[in-house]
Design a protein around this ligand. Sequence first.
Ligand code: ZN
Length: 257
Amino acid sequence: MNAIKTFYKKIFSEKIRINNRRKLKKLNGLFLKGNNVYCNCCKQSFSRFLDKSNGIDIRKNAECPNCGALERTRVLFEFLSNETDLFFKPNSLLHIAPEDALKDIFKKSTNLRYINGDLNINFADEEMDITSINYPDNTFDYVICCHVLGHIPDEKKAIDELFRVLKKGGKALIQTPIHPINNTFENSDFKTEEERLNNYGEKDLLRLHGQDFQEKLKRENMLIEKIDYRNKIDNDLAKKLSVGNGYRELIFLCQKI
Ligand SMILES: [Zn+2]
């Protein structure tokens, strides 16, 4: 099996392998016809969403088989659609480590000047180091950065950069896994994937954010609001969307003043 995997990796580039994985996942949708769940990102219904595992726990009804949207992505899209003018005005948007489901929507939104970037060029249109964003100060009306900061060694620099490229009045929307009780937990002695998985819940996280995360975002020229938008969604729709347990779905809305 390992020999086949190595052979497959040798023949196909990472970009093609990523595309193949997406196409294979989409095939799952053909076997999940039904109306129990609904993905607001791709407007399709299924009997259920796909399970998602971090190697320890399994989340039921997590991933849309068609567009790959997760619980947090569906909550964020609901918030963006209902509570912001992102889709209703000419806006410039920087999307870090873009989720495919949102990337597809943003690219089709003719009101947006849309830039997306990732450290790995195979996941985005531009190669981008979030601790040194290659755009001038005050460039974007919106910045979206979800489940990225926990992976960045110099997190403070990354937050400074996200806010630097925001226009005055612009909004950054940030999501990250948040421990429901404890403050942020980080131990530089955890070097292996196993240690990180056991302590942070994901094998490539460098810390698990907690109740003090809002403090970490605070800057003199920024208003920070923590929003659990799951609670604002109508109950029936929230059930159909499968909006998660609040561990990954909180939205930190950061406005530059
Ligand atoms: Zn979808």
